[in-house]
Design a protein around this ligand. Structure first.
Ligand code: GLU
Length: 307
């Protein structure tokens, strides 16, 4: 089967070095295997996401030589335009009795940081009789959660190795639709990767704990799951991970300081592909890219790069 990778950025700010690192690895992996790349804009959250960031992101990827074969400009590759697909998946889960309305307000906050673990295994709203839930819905629009079974999910991440999570204790019933109508990342990512025929997902290690939930959704929706590579995060010298919020080494700064080849050279060095940060083009690197050399642990970026 031909390999199809993807870029799935959330346009909530300018890309930083850490975002670039995982996009580069996704691109190299697909290209090394003669595969294609789809670019999907994950703009589910209307408050945090702005189209201008998405256009800038595409321009930044092109500047670096990270080309894509599908998606990007076409409206249907923006999650904000794909609601009917998420609604159909939601209906499919509901028909199996797997969703329920949730009236807790905490959910909004959790959804704003979709990668945070759920703390409690389930929500008290799971036990509400349907009539009570309906009555409450008249006063307050609920969000919706999906009911997870007592089930242990095991899978082999192609970089991190064997991973196991008990859905019940490890994540609990999780949100799939917000009270304001926005679809949750966990549902949308599964629906989209399956609909777009993605065969390999390369993304940051911070999303590793989301993968069992997503694998279970694939199963519940009768969809084929891709393979996963969860790549290390880049860390600032003080140990925190690089973040858009902190405007860490964003593309604006990086483009002033480096040529595309110099920047790819630095990333290739951090990814263990070459012994020093020598300049190299993305296309040149694709010819020699080797997953076996990519570190598994998070990578400290030395201060000379950040200064
Ligand atoms: N849109 C997510 C982000 O930018 C990535 C989701 C994924 O790769 O599954 O953090």
């Amino acid at each position: 089967m031909p390999v199809k990778g993807r870029f799935a950025p959330s346009p909530s700010g300018r890309m930083h070095l850490g975002n670039l690192f995982s996009f580069l690895l996704a691109w190299l992996s697909a290209r090394r295997q003669g595969g294609s790349i789809v670019l999907r804009i994950e703009d589910l959250d209307p408050v945090r996401c702005q189209p201008a960031f998405a256009w800038q992101l595409m321009e930044d990827l092109e500047w670096l030589g990270l080309t894509w074969d599908e998606g990007g400009e076409s409206a249907f590759s923006w999650q904000s335009a794909r609601s009917p697909l998420y609604a159909a998946a939601f209906e499919k889960l509901t028909a199996q009795g797997l969703t329920y309305p949730c009236f807790c307000s905490r959910i909004q906050r959790l959804n704003e940081a979709p990668h945070i673990h759920e703390i409690s295994p389930s929500c008290p709203c799971a036990l509400l009789p349907p009539e009570t839930a309906e009555e409450k819905s008249r006063e307050k629009t609920p969000s919706h959660r999906v009911r997870v079974p007592h089930k242990v999910i095991s899978f082999t991440d192609k970089l991190q190795g064997k991973c196991t999570q008990d859905l019940w204790t490890g994540c609990g019933d999780f949100p799939i639709k917000r009270a304001d109508g926005a679809w949750a990342y966990q549902l949308a990512v599964v629906v989209d990767d399956a609909a777009m025929g993605v065969t390999e997902v390369v993304r940051g290690r911070d999303l590793l704990s989301s993968t069992p939930r997503q694998l279970w959704l694939y199963e519940a929706l009768g969809l084929n799951a891709p393979e996963f590579y969860h790549v290390p995060l880049l860390l600032a010298p003080d140990g925190r991970r690089l973040a858009k919020r902190a405007a860490d080494l964003d593309m604006g700064i990086l483009r002033q300081r480096y040529t595309p080849e110099a920047l790819v050279g630095i990333l290739a060095f951090l990814a263990g592909q070459q012994p020093s940060p020598e300049s190299i083009s993305a296309a040149g690197l694709a010819k020699i890219f080797d997953w076996d050399k990519v570190p598994r642990e998070d990578i400290p970026v030395s201060s000379f790069l950040l200064s």
